[in-house]
Design a protein around this ligand. Sequence first.
Ligand code: AMP
Ligand code: MG
Length: 519
Amino acid sequence: MPHSPINSVEAPPVADDPKPAVAGDEAAAGVFDRARWNNRFAGLPAAFGTRLAPTPLPSPYFVAASAPAAASLGIDPRELIESAAIEVLAGNRVPAGARPMAAVYSGHQFGVWAGQLGDGRAHLLGGVETADGVVDLQLKGAGRTPYSRMGDGRAVLRSSIREFLCSEAMHGLGIPTTRALAIVGSDQPVIRETVETAAVVMRMAPSFVRFGSFEHWASQNRVDELRALADHVVDTFYPACRDAADPYQALLAAVTERTARSIVQWQSVGFCHGVMNTDNMSVLGLTLDYGPFGFLDGFDAKHVCNHTDERGRYSYANQPAVARWNLYCLAEALMPLIDDVDRAEAAVAPFKTLYTDGMAASLHAKLGLVEERDGDSALIDALFALLQDGRTDFTIFFRRLADLGWGTDEPPRPGRSVRDLFVDRERFDAWAVDYRARLMQEGREAGATRVAMRSVNPGYVLRNHLAEAAIVAARVGDFTEIERLSRVLQRPFDDQPGAERYADLPPAWAGSLEVSCSS
Ligand code: AMP
Ligand code: MG
């Protein structure tokens, strides 16, 4: 297997068209062979990656599939459990029409230039035509590539389940994200802190291009490749930028806008990414590369979900500033094309306002407020001080707030009111008086406010302990909890009778769960 040294700055050689691990024959043809492939990323110059087939996974078995993700591809999910599909999902057979490759990129990791990285354990099979445009399909965990460095090219079942559940949960929350079509597993051992087993996730996105994809060419002064990548991204995803006086400046401004919007959404549901390195930042503003992510349980602005992040660089509260820092890395990478520091600065500078205004609007919506008035920020600051001091559950607080005694004939059930979440109830009551008074200033009818609040404050998020329960069951061959949980997370804003336990406070043992970069 080809293997480049760690942080090599040389692009690896490009192989000839890879031989499929097992030749795709007519008899074995399945749903992926019938897809209309459009391998537009593979059409970029050869230096953008290495063409190679995935490494076969021994005796693969089906673990899970997302019915809505399948539907978005025009696939009947039942087709994914056919052996022809499983062989493709495992990387054991390359479907007719696919052109598998691993892409090269670089990036800043934890604020430090890390040099060359790349798809160390991901194979882009290619793009398929769908009703919503071309969607790239990638196998994550399908073996080593020239960018694997010291890694084994594999992903463990645990992290694959977490990625599968969270990408589909984020989609359910309406947050831009890569998606996950299916997982297959194998008994093949994979060594992490302990011996685990291998799995492969097929993930989907219009593009997996990262900020680090641009940094890669800029760091090597390869302006032709940099321009080719920028042109590909503009023409394919940001066509309006082509009409701007400087399309590359317009691209930077557009990526800034999308990134700000996504970060507002993350903060609004308490999502912590965990590893916001520039190689994990999508140029489409998608949530990308699910590793040690987490959702806030008890509110703590300083929460660090990644156990490996000892200095808390990627804490919840730091995410907006880190996104901005990453955008400046992208701006620097685009300098050879924009060629004017002030114009690049002008494209990125709006991030602060976009984020601040977006967050203010989002918090107003979460509180059921339509208008923005003087005094609102004091009300919001007081609330966050209250949540912080009480480590109040972030999701449950906002979900229950809609029931604070208006627009519903149902009295709150004992033990389930928003007030019950606080130890210092007098302090909450004092805040609630101000809040109610503020709500009364709104022209909206109370019932409508309640409906609006429940449409933005989810009842269900992928808490670590919920993922853990699905993982524990899957390790002994029971995949039903993945299925149940993913169905609940597909409709996070709906009350789902029978699924109440997924909306409950985390159990005491959840506090001892640790997630790290090990995946
Ligand atoms: P991450 O922090 O997960 O974004 O990974 C950083 C880089 O390491 C990426 O280029 C990954 O492709 C690569 N990588 C992570 N885990 C592995 C692995 N087990 N085998 C090969 N490459 C890996
Ligand atoms: Mg990554």
